[in-house]
Design a protein around this ligand. Structure first.
Ligand code: ZN
Length: 66
């Protein structure tokens, strides 16, 4: 009897599903790193990256609600 490896790569279909969610605006954001100072904006920002498509978003830290 042959051993069956249980490791599975994500199928293209699964990847596509994720991308579809991303395209619809349902990214799977995770905190990329601690707040950093963005000299361009002149303030601290928090960076998030989507686990699926790698898109990034930067959220400014301020009293204003974004
Ligand atoms: Zn995404």
């Amino acid at each position: 009897m042959a051993k069956v490896l249980q490791f599975k790569k994500p199928t293209p279909a699964q990847k596509h599903k994720g991308k579809t969610l991303c395209k619809s605006g349902f990214h799977s954001w995770q905190l990329l790193k601690e707040p950093v100072f963005d000299s361009r904006q002149g303030r601290l920002v928090t960076v998030f990256q989507c686990k699926r498509c790698g898109a990034r978003k930067v959220r400014g830290i301020s009293r204003e609600s974004d």
